[in-house]
Ligand binder design. Structure first.
Ligand code: C2E
Ligand code: CA
Ligand code: CA
Length: 643
């Protein structure tokens, strides 16, 4: 018969393309990737031996007989192996761990093994095929077994996919079925056109589809630097953790570029990209092959595994040395400031999630330090991170059931000689981990954004407190509520504040909103807009912690503040020496000169109290008069002192 092997040549080309692409990018030696690689090798062997054998059989008189025998035997060996390895791939997709399925793999290999023995015996039995100088190639009586075994594996794959369809995604299941379906189609075509050899074509088409949908590594490659991305790092860590002990010898270094936005702003996006490419190239050069990942836009991760995990200090030194120098891209130069976070796998920290979380935490901590600062996430830091997570959880819980406690600290009005003001201060005394102080939980509430909703609940509680003061006929000017800088990111802030005040039916001028200079620095325009809007309702605005920030005096003046509160540190400093006394006195004079009231905070002693009265402050807050009190006690205090 005249064989048509053109489709087999096409199949070989398709397979080679898939193989080249499959080699690109990082290659995690996972069970699934290894089997896919096996699929490529076996299909390649089957097709090429098929082509070679067919050509040789066509020219059997010119080629040594033993060579035709050898190549044809290889072809017959590899054909059922194609079915077997494809079945293994289906298994690898369903059960990612090799150790789980070792037995299935061995049992499934038995028919192929028996067939292998039959193929070797074929030299004597000639039951599968025979090649002789007289008659050329002749099919044996049992040749059908070769194809039966192949189709047996196809059927097994279909059954496995159907049986485990809940464990795999619908899309993956459809893809896995393409091989058996293509194989069946080929049988049909083969029946009508027996001279066209199509088996390899079916195999490589199926592998192409599998590659495109299930094995494509392009989605794990960063488009800009061409190194693997964050997802591939997660895959790699996942792989290391599956193989048990391997993850224990792992270290991750994350290099974060600080203020990289400034490079983009100064030179444009394209030059910024070129800097990133250059850094990526440098990191790839100094680190072990395949260990560098683009972790985030301006962050790179280095995964050191096995023997390399002990050399973190060496790699960090290399990075620091280079990062201290100037970078150049074409005609552009720039120093690039960095923060470096490092984590090593320990008994307390060995899951993928905790490793990633802790290295991100280490980067955040490193950013608090100076340029090129390195932060190692040790067990102490891990405990700190765990505590932060617990506190965030408690905050979420308290936000949900609105169970924050509010304390109130009376503020003394110097001219009226009464406590006409009160500052509301949040407390979390009752938590599963004991009392937590505002200095600890407020920054966490800010980092997590919880502070925003929390403030509305606080305001509501404060309104209810004011209501009880008014119901008791206690004279009061207003209650101070603290607003975090983050609050000003809310577009509907004014509306929400008014809604809460109206709902509680209290006069709006009994509320004073206190915020710090950092709010003005972060969002000057929205603060000015909000303050002006609040003024129209009679709500007062107060600047808190004056003397701790760096705000511009003219900006402070442009906001309709009712009062400025001097920070405790400034009050305490004023007692130190003559120079400080003069300075604080003048600051107070300047604010009073433009019609603002001045509040002194942190007054603890009689001497401090007399000094600030002497300075001419309008209000005094401090332990000298009262510590913050629970609402009932605060109400009693006011009743008692404001008679
Ligand atoms: P802050 O707004 O400057 O509040 C004044 C802090 O000084 C309070 O600490 C108060 O207890 C303390 N203090 C008052 N008098 C004295 C004194 O004589 N001596 C000393 N050593 N301290 C005094 P607290 O309650 O621990 O609050 C700390 C910070 O937490 C507050 O500083 C504020 O920034 C934040 N915070 C507290 N409650 C809230 C709230 O409801 N919302 C927001 N956004 N922040 C709050
Ligand atoms: Ca305050
Ligand atoms: Ca303050």
């Amino acid at each position: 018969m005249e064989w048509n092997i053109a489709p087999e040549f096409c199949a070989l080309i398709i397979l080679t393309i898939v193989w080249i692409y499959e080699k690109k990018g990082s290659n995690i030696p996972s069970f699934r990737n290894k089997i896919f690689h096996g699929c490529l090798i076996i299909t390649f062997m089957a097709i090429s031996s098929n082509i070679t054998s067919t050509i040789m059989i066509d020219h059997y008189k010119e080629v040594p007989l033993w060579l035709i025998w050898a190549v044809t035997t290889i072809y017959f060996m590899f054909t059922p192996l194609m079915g077997l390895i494809y079945f293994y791939y289906v298994v690898a997709i369903i059960y990612t761990k090799y150790s789980e399925v070792k037995k299935i793999l061995i049992v499934a290999g038995v028919p192929t093994l028996c067939y292998g023995i039959a193929i070797i015996c074929n030299f004597y039995t000639k039951s599968i095929f025979n090649i002789s100088l007289q008659a050329g190639y002749i099919r044996g009586k049992l040749i059908i077994i070769t194809y039966l075994i192949f189709y047996f594996y196809c059927l097994l794959s279909v059954c496995l996919v159907a049986y485990k369809h809940r464990k795999i995604e619908q899309k993956a299941a459809n893809i896995l079925l393409c091989f058996p379906i293509l194989a069946t189609l080929i049988i049909v075509i083969q029946q009508t056109h027996p001279n066209i050899i199509l088996s390899g074509f079916a195999g490589s088409c199926a592998l192409l589809i599998v590659y495109l949908y299930l094995q494509n590594k392009q989605i794990y490659i960063d488009y800009l630097t061409k190194i693997p991305n964050r997802w591939e790092l997660l895959n790699m860590l996942d792989f290391l953790s599956q193989t048990g002990k391997k993850i224990e010898k792992t270290a991750i270094i994350v290099l974060s570029l600080r203020d990289f936005k400034m490079v983009n702003d100064r030179y444009g996006q394209q030059v910024g990209d070129a800097f990133l490419q250059k850094i990526s190239k440098f990191l790839c050069e100094i680190n072990p092959k395949g260990s560098v990942y683009r972790f985030n836009g301006d962050e790179f991760a280095i995964l050191l595994n096995g023997e390399f995990a002990n050399d973190t200090k060496y790699y960090i030194n290399q990075i620091q040395e280079k990062m201290n120098r100037m970078w150049r891209v074409g005609e552009y130069t720039s120093y690039l400031s960095t923060a470096i976070g490092v984590v090593t796998c320990t008994a307390n920290n060995k899951t993928v999630e905790s490793l990633i979380q802790s290295v991100e935490y280490a980067v955040l901590e490193a950013k608090k330090g100076k340029n090129n600062y390195v932060c190692f996430c040790d067990d102490n830091m891990l405990a700190e991170m765990e505590r932060k997570k617990t506190i965030a959880e408690i905050l979420r819980q308290k936000l949900e059931d609105e169970s924050f406690e509010m304390y109130y600290q009376p503020i003394y009005a110097t001219s009226a000689k009464k406590f006409l003001y009160v500052e509301s201060l949040i407390r979390m005394n009752d938590t599963p981990i004991g009392p937590i102080y505002p200095s600890e939980f407020i920054p966490i509430a800010e980092e997590t954004g919880i502070i925003i909703e929390m403030t509305y609940i606080i305001l509501d509680k404060v309104c209810k407190f004011i209501k009880s003061i008014l119901d008791n006929n206690i004279p009061i000017e207003c209650v101070h509520v603290n607003f975090s800088a983050l609050q000003f990111s809310q577009i509907n802030l004014g509306e929400r504040v008014m809604e809460i005040i109206k709902k509680n039916n209290i006069p709006s001028n009994t509320i004073k909103i206190e915020f710090t200079e950092s709010a003005i620095a972060d969002s000057t325009d929205s603060v000015i807009k909000f303050s002006t809007e609040m003024k129209t309702y009679g709500i007062k605005m107060g600047l808190d912690d004056f003397g701790t920030g760096y705000s511009n005096v003219s900006t402070v003046m442009s906001i309709p503040f009712h009062a400025v509160k001097l920070d405790k540190s400034l009050v305490w400093m004023s007692m130190k020496d003559e120079g400080s006394t003069v300075m604080v006195r003048n600051i107070i004079g300047a604010f009073k000169g433009v019609g603002m009231q001045v509040v002194a905070e942190g007054v603890e002693t009689k001497e401090q109290m007399e000094t600030v009265i002497n300075f001419g402050v309008d209000q005094i807050q401090g332990y000298y008069f009262s510590k913050p009190l629970p609402s009932e006690e605060a109400l009693e205090f006011l009743k008692e002192h404001n008679k």
